[in-house]
Design a protein around this ligand. Structure first.
Ligand code: C5P
Ligand code: MG
Length: 289
């Protein structure tokens, strides 16, 4: 039905079920569709030429606007908590408080750095941030077909917006839920706004934004893209959901995590650095009936 679903990177627990969901969603029409996507390591690349690509946080962590002492501390946090994030031998309940600890400590360190708002654009420009191949088609096609795209990220909203703005794809159909920086009157970072979003509380984040989902209540069909099991909760705020197709990027610790990803996601993309499969699904779902 969709040739890209036969790509070697694609795994599906139940290919027939995937086909059924896609057919039903196609029947309903693209005016009933909304896309909800995670950002870091979902819309951005996990690795390039064998080297890890940065998350929103890492863009700051590695930048010239952070002191070397602070860089060292942030790198130490990453070294401690990232292995916990991807450790499938620990339950989400066990990992959750540790993730809160990671985000809290990292944000405290960033606030101590007195980061200036007007240096963020340069920081992103000089970073190694990389959207996945096919990003242009992904964003442009959704925009052309008036399909709303919610980017729901536990990263840093100001950085994320700058990445997609500089890539020329921050179209009006894009809405972002994320952790936003709060600056004082001199444009110096003083805190982060609102409730913290980390990888395991996206459900709470979704429920805090009922207005957005209320506006989209005529779009009960959801294409969800994520790279963490916590991303599955991003659609928990969707009103009167009828169909959902969940696409999961499995970037790291493939053998250990394959089964849990297959159980949770309808389509699993193993070490696939492109948006080729999501784009093929979006083209299919927005084709004229
Ligand atoms: O956009 P997304 O929700 O994927 O952002 C969360 C990611 O940010 C996590 O997967 C985590 O590895 C990363 N992170 C980081 N540094 C922090 C906190 C989170 O790189 N201090
Ligand atoms: Mg992610």
């Amino acid at each position: 039905m969709i040739p890209e679903l036969s790509n070697p990177s694609v795994l599906m627990r139940d290919p027939q079920r995937v086909e059924e969901i896609l057919q039903t969603m196609l029947q309903c029409g693209s005016n009933t569709l909304q896309v909800i996507s995670d950002f870091d390591m979902t819309l951005t690349r996990f690795a390039f030429n064998g080297k890890r690509c940065p998350t929103c946080h890492n863009i700051l962590d590695n930048s010239s606007i952070i002191t070397s002492d602070c860089k060292e501390k942030l790198a130490k946090l990453l070294g401690t908590y990232y292995p916990i994030e991807i450790d499938c031998s620990r339950s989400i309940e066990e990992k959750l408080p540790l993730m809160v600890e990671w985000w809290t400590k990292a944000h405290e360190l960033l606030v101590q750095q007195k980061i200036k708002k007007d240096l963020l654009a340069m920081t992103v420009r000089e970073s190694e941030a990389k959207l996945r191949d096919g990003f242009q088609v992904f964003f442009d096609h959704l925009h052309e077909h008036n399909v709303p795209l919610l980017i729901f990220s536990a990263g840093i909203g100001d950085i994320l917006e700058e990445v997609i703005r500089q890539a020329g794809v921050f179209h009006p159909n894009v809405k972002v839920f994320s952790n936003y920086m709060d600056f004082d009157e001199d444009g110096v970072l003083k805190a982060f706004k609102g409730e913290l979003i980390h990888i395991y509380n996206k459900r709470e984040g979704a429920l805090l934004n009922t207005g957005h989902f209320q506006d989209l209540r005529t779009r009960p069909n959801v294409l969800l893209l994520g790279d963490s099991l916590g991303d599955l909760a991003m659609a928990d705020g969707v009103q009167d959901m009828e169909n959902i197709l969940k696409i999961g990027f499995l970037n790291d610790k493939v053998d250990e995590r394959k089964q849990s990803y297959l159980n949770a996601y309808d389509v699993v993309l193993v070490k696939d650095e492109t948006l080729e499969v999501p784009n093929a699904l979006i083209h299919y779902l927005t084709a004229n009936k």
